[in-house]
Design a protein around this ligand. Sequence first.
Ligand SMILES: Cc1cc2nc3c(=O)[nH]c(=O)nc-3n(C[C@H](O)[C@H](O)[C@H](O)COP(=O)(O)OP(=O)(O)OC[C@H]3O[C@@H](n4cnc5c(N)ncnc54)[C@H](O)[C@@H]3O)c2cc1C
Ligand code: FES
Length: 273
Amino acid sequence: MNGMNKPIVVPIEKIETNTPSIKTFFVKVPLIAQQGNPGQFLMMWTFDDEIPMSLSYVDPKKKFVGITVKKVGTSTEKMHSMPEGSLIGVRGPYGNGFKIAGSRILVVGGGVGMACLFPLILQLIEEQKSVTVLIGALTKDELLFQKRLKKFTTRENFHLSIATDDGSTGFHGLVTELMDETLQNETFDQIYACGPELMLRTAFNIAESKNIAFQASLERYMKCGIGLCGSCCINEQIVCKDGPIFESQVLRTMNEFGHSTRDPSGRLTPITD
Ligand SMILES: Cc1cc2nc3c(=O)[nH]c(=O)nc-3n(C[C@H](O)[C@H](O)[C@H](O)COP(=O)(O)OP(=O)(O)OC[C@H]3O[C@@H](n4cnc5c(N)ncnc54)[C@H](O)[C@@H]3O)c2cc1C
Ligand code: FES
């Protein structure tokens, strides 16, 4: 296990508003910035609760990391109400991170799922891979990192497509429908995905039908973040330690993937959205 297991309390250096419900918070934590890899996460302490957040930005030189937070409940609402200079606790980095594989890459992000994919995309670009990114959101206002990614579309081997559920911009429909359409015309040797679990299950089924290697970032309720409490289990896997990134061969063995999750008391509950 790398990183720090004791939270370090740091001021929020900068806040960026990305969408009406999503903000990115930048903090200076040299150890996490130097050790953090795309797909890893940290545990963020708001002094009430501690919750997992993916690294959405890592700058080892400037020693900064960013987390991109969607407002969904008590802790994330508290985060959104904090001004620059407020203190938060962070520990990490945790989890396995994405494995870089293949040369023709498809990246599929739904909603705030783009957060953990962004550092991966930067690495893929740096390694001169051919990259196609599909971003999905409910509406055009909720598309995450569209502007940041548009900058790369001048490159020959970078493509960006957008899907919105309400059709307010781009493809009218789910990002998995856009993925299906994209795969009718093109082929890839690696697909990376992050987003709501039903979206991930559909994306995985499509990848399997096309025989393309797939890596997904999964979420489960996390308490310790370091493999001790068992709250984040999915079948035989411990998401905080064995994941959160899982490859096709492991996803195939998980009958809970896309079907059931665990509530804070560990009870299995069906996934409905
Ligand atoms: C590895 C990992 C990476 C994540 N990365 C991001 C990210 O980059 N950006 C982002 O906005 N969200 C991310 N999440 C989800 C984020 O942790 C939850 O949205 C957050 O914990 C909600 O807290 P809350 O108090 O605001 O909401 P609550 O009102 O407590 O709950 C709202 C929802 O969040 C889930 N949740 C609450 N507490 C936890 C917890 N301790 N662990 C996991 N889920 C929880 C609940 O199950 C519920 O579905 C990630 C989750 C995991 C497991
Ligand atoms: S959160 Fe405790 S084992 Fe994963």
